[in-house]
Design a protein around this ligand. Structure first.
Ligand code: OSB
Ligand code: MG
Length: 368
């Protein structure tokens, strides 16, 4: 049942257009593909999605590789375990490093689902046959943002997210609202504000945003609770929620009304599903966040978003938004604002192995 070998690959591809936030502009993307092989030759896939520098989380491509190679893969081979649900315990001696854990957990769950011949989403109670698609507009140009919205409207995206900071927020949001008074619109601040900006943030209430994502500190839960009481717009936490414990704290304090669950940020399937169940119990709507990732990570996200508590469209867009070619087949395609959830075993998509090999810049095999 356990994998007999694991391969790590660093793959790299340029984004079709730069992804701009107030913190960083991403123009090319490197990730780590994890392949877990069993004795029958079945392969499970995971994707580690840190950035090349630690601007969004503290993990980077290099730290994730190090944690996988020197700690997580050796523990996985050496420790006794029978079922992938035990992996968080197998790795419990390793603090944080959640993106590294998430990718390895993904690969082993995918392998397990393929062994059981079941779609991975089903293992966690996912029932949806399609998921609602949302799209992110990350450009510093207002004209370009308007152009992109017009383009994405053709595919019927059900939610539009723009990146904001105190430098661009009012201009960007008022221009979009003038052109699209009823567009399902939200804004992601990636921690661009502080409590000194309360008066300014209150001005954003007029734009009827579905939510504002992570306005304050990337590791804050307390100040967001204070801010939420002074804003009409619902707050949605992203960066601050790294674990089930963080989610519980945020719910107890009322630090937001909506939660963005990113499997990579919280350390994998088990933690993400536990947060989902907590939010369902507390009637907090959740949605699935994105990481400008390739298709393997997106495939796991689509399976996660098939759970019933994911009632808000996630950062789930067509493969063609970021890539000339994606690493999975069929590529993700948003039609009428929805993506079809696959049914076949594991992540439900085929990995384009020759293409993955062609964009691999480094690979290493680990044998049990
Ligand atoms: O803050 O949600 C974020 C991408 C990279 C890092 C952080 C964030 C994002 C996104 C998701 O906004 C974009 C996407 O994957 O489509
Ligand atoms: Mg965000």
């Amino acid at each position: 049942k356990k994998p007999v070998s694991i391969t790590l690959r660093i793959i790299e591809a340029p984004l079709k257009s730069p992804f701009q936030t107030h913190l960083e502009t991403v123009t090319k993307r490197e990730v780590i593909v994890v392949e877990a092989r069993n004795a029958d030759g079945l392969v499970g896939y995971g994707e580690a999605v840190p950035f090349s520098s630690p601007w969004y989380t503290e993990e980077t491509l290099q730290t994730v590789f190090h944690l996988l190679e020197d700690f997580l893969i050796p523990l996985t081979f050496q420790q006794e375990w029978k079922h992938p649900s035990e992996l968080p315990y197998v790795w419990s001696g390793i603090r944080r490093n959640r993106m590294a854990k998430s990718a390895l957990e993904q690969a082993i769950w995918d392998l397990y689902a393929k062994q059981q011949d079941v779609y991975i989403g089903k293992l966690f109670g996912g029932e949806r046959t399609e998921v609602a698609a949302g799209v992110v507009i990350a450009t510093s140009s207002v004209d370009e943002a308007l152009r992109q919205i017009e383009e994405f409207e053709q595919d019927g995206y059900q939610r539009y997210k723009v990146k904001i900071s105190p430098r661009n927020d009012i201009t960007l949001l008022s221009t979009i609202r003038a052109a699209y008074p009823t567009l399902p619109l939200m804004a992601d601040a990636n921690s661009a504000y502080s409590l000194n900006d309360i008066k300014h943030l209150q001005k954003l209430d007029q734009f009827m945003l579905q939510m504002i994502e992570q306005p304050l500190g990337h590791d804050d839960i307390v100040e967001h609770s204070f801010l939420q009481k002074q804003l009409k717009t619902p707050i949605c936490l992203d960066e601050s929620i790294c674990s089930f414990h963080d989610a519980k704290s945020a719910l107890l304090l009322g630090s937001g009304k909506i939660l963005n669950i990113k499997m990579a940020r919280v350390g994998g399937w088990t933690e993400a599903v536990n947060i989902h169940h907590l939010c369902v119990e507390a009637s907090i709507p959740v949605w699935c966040g994105g990481m400008i990732e390739f298709g393997i990570s997106r495939a796991h996200n689509i399976a996660l978003a098939s759970l019933s508590g994911f009632t808000i469209p996630g950062d789930l867009s067509s493969s063609s938004k970021y890539w000339e070619q994606d690493i999975i087949e069929p590529e993700l395609q948003v039609v009428n604002g929805k993506i079809t959830v696959p049914k076949s075993a594991g992540i439900g998509f085929t990995v384009r192995q020759a293409y993955v090999e062609s964009i691999t810049t480094y690979k290493q095999l680990y044998v049990n």
